[in-house]
Design a protein around this ligand. Structure first.
Ligand SMILES: [Zn+2]
Ligand SMILES: [Zn+2]
Length: 266
């Protein structure tokens, strides 16, 4: 198995040492694990600034790559929290200053507010919140290109009081998917949505199918684990969904280049 979204104690919201995460993946028989710790510059919640010790992080990743060679491939990743304006510059600098295998671009905030705090949803309808969220994502992705895979595209489903009908926002998602495809990027199947009690992965099958219809073919899968117990959680269900949508290859990354593993060989 290939888990392309995991966190360690270099993330503000995880206490798990990187080695513990990797050794759990080895015990589970995984072929690759991408460590994708958070860098979310200008995150509005001061208790969780989501800054990262880049030097320490890369030192640990390089050591882990070496230590576990032959047992598992450790993929040097990062989860880059994308926001507009000056934050985009910080993300671009971070992406270009270090050698990553894999950059997961994610939206945890929009319009300067973090979705988790619910502030983003206040004073407007759920429908308007969805439209604002995807409009924001679309505008950022028009100028931000330093990522390989867009993480959990419909993360808003986790935080909204209720999930609205795709008809409200699918036009915007279409535009986002077209940019992703045009830029040669891919999307992630994030199975943490099962942990959050959602019945579908993030993205939903509808968004995945639309991505494929539009010509997209780069898909990674990740559990978004912050503790060893969540590692690989429901990846098999995610794989079933990818297969049923018609995708035959899973993407893996090395020095930010995509490689493809036939799903039937997993
Ligand atoms: Zn995330
Ligand atoms: Zn994550």
């Amino acid at each position: 198995m290939y888990d392309y979204h995991t966190h360690s104690s270099f993330s503000d919201d995880s206490h798990t040492p990187m080695n513990e995460m990797i050794e759990t993946a080895i015990n589970l028989g995984f072929k690759e694990i991408a460590i994708t710790d958070h860098y979310d510059p200008d995150y509005p919640d001061q208790e969780y600034p989501f800054e990262i010790d880049f030097l320490g992080y890369h030192k640990s990743l390089n050591e882990a790559k070496e230590t576990y060679k032959g047992r598992i491939k450790v993929v040097k990743g990062i989860e880059m929290g994308i926001q507009h304006g000056k934050t985009l510059e910080k993300c671009i600098t971070a992406a270009k200053s270090y050698d990553y295998d894999f950059i997961l671009g994610s939206f945890h905030c929009a319009e300067g507010m973090d979705l988790n705090s619910k502030a983003f949803f206040e004073g407007r309808s759920i429908e308007d919140s969805y439209i604002a969220f995807y409009t924001y994502m679309l505008n950022c992705l028009k100028s931000y290109k330093e990522y390989d895979i867009l993480g959990h595209i419909n993360v808003i489903d986790r935080y909204a009081e209720r999930i609205t009908s795709p008809s409200v926002y699918m036009d915007l998602v279409d535009e986002i998917l077209k940019i992703i495809i045009y830029d040669g990027k891919g999307i992630e199947i994030n199975t943490s949505s099962y942990r959050f009690g959602l019945e579908d992965t993030t993205p939903s099958k509808k968004i995945l199918q639309r991505y494929i219809e539009l010509g997209g073919e780069i898909v990674t899968i990740g559990s978004d684990a912050h503790i060893p117990r969540s590692l690989g959680y429901c990846l098999d269900r995610g794989i079933d969904m990818i297969k049923s949508a018609g995708i035959r290859y899973l993407a893996t990354f090395d020095q930010r280049k995509a490689h493809f593993v036939p799903i039937k060989n997993l």
